[in-house]
Design a protein around this ligand. Structure first.
Ligand SMILES: Cc1cc2nc3c(=O)[nH]c(=O)nc-3n(C[C@H](O)[C@H](O)[C@H](O)COP(=O)(O)OP(=O)(O)OC[C@H]3O[C@@H](n4cnc5c(N)ncnc54)[C@H](O)[C@@H]3O)c2cc1C
Ligand code: SF4
Length: 497
């Protein structure tokens, strides 16, 4: 048992790596709270990963760790003096501030600190906080892929090279991508699985999604092995195919490192250094090296800092007044109820792995929710519970702002809405679908194509002044079948397509 007052660091379950400690022999308090799982229905595999990672960390720390299994956090602490790194949600921050003996330190595990971001944001003179500007500043400040003051490769941005559709008729091996690295489960996983089965059987806790072999790292060593495998065998194809979708392979060339980063198992700055080393060793194109660095110190830090910058009220934004409830088939990940091949395949990925990559999240799941007018708060909560890497800080800006346009355009300049033509271009889904991406009305009408026009029509007023979307809004008037389309989609509503 750890004595009070000896510099104990309380680690939340998403602060598990060595970089959350001041020294390698610091004493640690970890609190496993069952109440967290009773409050909301998480994906079964997410609950497994979080518990497995915490228990693996406790086992690594041995006598230095006091691991407490309790109902809630507050009763676990008993007024002992401990320090904790800034937690990752408003709710957890309120909790630690309520506890008088807890010292709250600055956040760790991100490349751009809150102070650095605030200084940048306040110097913008009210201009939009562009991700690209934040990212370039971070590259310079952290000296990542820089050649003096210039970006390595002569360009900051390779997005134009990195949006290739998958070559038609090929599987992942056909585009030169090795299978991802998979962990091997151990006795700690067995114990977690037995506990989850028991909690479920006792009836006070239930999950969504299915159980399955653990696919994501539970320790720092596993996360680094997984990332090295990505650097050696998958990074080259990451850039060109980062937006592509394949029915036969949800993983494509993605790094699968988000859950490890968000559990705090690995330090993002360490990862980008490893990318740089791989790039300088040769064989990795700059477009792929830059592409992954952009994600880790660009997008991830931008989203983290926006969460705090935009304030606690931001989560409740509903600028498009979307008021329909999330339908049961979607909430329950019932992929078999869906005929639309893209949506069924993506929901299967969420049900079976608690993970799909960013384009299915944005353009298949989020796009559908926005087109159908589902409540952004429910959509955010669903993403948070259903995804292996979902935490409050990352879901709120990504879903409320990026994906649902519920903030009226504070983060993005236009809604990420798209019809079947986009999905057809970026995937191999449409060929085997009962619908046709080019058809708007009738039994073959693609629910995404029809849904796109239905959505634009409902929001003509809001979008008329937005030059990035004004053109398609004007296009509504040229659709001779608009009335029939609206009647058809009013009928379809939130039914499984
Ligand atoms: C609607 C929506 C919801 C999302 N929810 C989450 C979430 O809950 N947790 C999460 O980590 N990511 C989220 N993302 C971002 C992104 O989809 C995932 O980080 C990524 O798919 C994880 O897979 P990967 O590790 O293989 O990523 P890669 O494609 O290999 O990218 C590398 C890393 O970049 C980081 N990253 C890239 N984009 C973002 C972003 N927008 N926000 C935060 N980190 C980013 C992640 O840490 C990721 O691991 C969301 C995106 C959308 C559009
Ligand atoms: S036709 Fe429409 S519903 Fe079917 S896979 Fe293509 S985009 Fe999805």
């Amino acid at each position: 048992m750890i004595r009070a007052g000896d510099g104990v660091r309380w680690l939340f379950g998403d602060q598990l790596g060595g970089h959350f400690l001041d020294s390698p022999d610091q004493r640690v308090l970890l609190i496993e709270s069952r109440k967290v799982f009773a409050r909301r229905r998480f994906h079964r595999q997410k609950a497994h990963l979080v518990l497995s990672a915490m228990r693996h960390r406790a086992a690594e720390l041995g006598d230095r760790c006091d691991y407490r299994q309790v109902a809630g956090y507050a009763e676990a602490l008993n007024g002992e003096p401990v320090s904790v790194c800034h937690p990752t949600s408003y709710a957890a921050l309120r909790l630690v501030h309520r506890l008088p003996t807890v010292e709250v330190l600055p956040a760790r595990g991100f490349g751009t600190s809150m102070t650095e971001f605030a200084t940048w944001a306040s110097g913008r003179g009210g201009k939009r906080l562009l991700m690209e500007d934040h990212y370039r500043l971070a590259r310079r400040r952290l000296d990542v892929l820089m050649d003096g003051d210039e970006p390595v490769g002569g360009r900051w941005n390779f997005d134009a090279d990195n949006r290739r559709p998958p070559p038609k008729g090929k599987n992942t091996a056909g585009i030169g991508v090795a299978e991802p690295w998979w962990p091997v489960e151990d006795e700690i996983d067995d114990e977690v699985r037995a506990d989850l089965d028991r909690w479920q059987a006792e009836g006070d806790i239930s999950f969504i999604g299915v159980d399955g072999p653990r696919r994501f790292p539970a320790t720092t060593a596993e996360a680094l092995a997984s990332f090295q495998h990505f650097l050696d065998l998958r990074l080259t194809a990451f850039g060109p195919y980062e937006d592509a979708m394949l029915a036969g392979d949800p993983w494509l060339a993605h790094s699968l490192i988000s859950s490890s980063l968000n559990l705090g198992l690995v330090d993002p700055l360490d990862l980008v250094q490893r990318v740089e080393t791989a790039y300088h060793a040769g064989g990795v194109p700059i477009s792929s090296a830059e592409g992954i660095v952009r994600q880790i110190i660009g997008w991830r830090d931008y989203i983290w800092n926006l969460y705090w910058h935009l304030g606690p009220e931001y989560r409740g934004r509903n600028g498009l007044r979307a008021n329909r409830a999330l339908p049961r088939w979607f909430a329950e990940l019932d992929a078999d109820a869906v005929e639309a091949r893209c949506l069924s395949s993506v929901l299967t990925g969420v049900r079976d792995h608690a993970w799909v990559h960013h384009i299915p999240r944005l353009m298949v799941l989020g796009n559908y929710a926005m087109q159908r007018g589902w409540r952004p708060a429910e959509v955010t909560d669903w993403f948070h519970r259903a995804f292996i890497d979902g935490y409050d800080w990352v879901m709120v800006p990504n879903v409320v702002g990026m994906s649902q346009y519920a903030d009226g355009g504070q983060i993005t300049t236009k809604p990420y809405a798209g019809g079947g033509a986009y999905i057809d271009r970026m995937s191999d889904y449409c060929g085997g679908c009962v619908y046709r991406p080019s058809v708007r009305v009738g039994p073959d009408a693609c629910p995404y194509t029809a849904g796109y026009w239905w959505f634009l029509d409902r929001h003509r007023a809001e979008f008329a002044g937005n030059h990035r979307i004004a053109q398609p809004v004007r296009g509504l008037d040229r659709l001779k079948d608009l009335d029939a389309l609206i009647a058809q989609e009013n009928d379809r509503g939130s039914a499984a397509p």
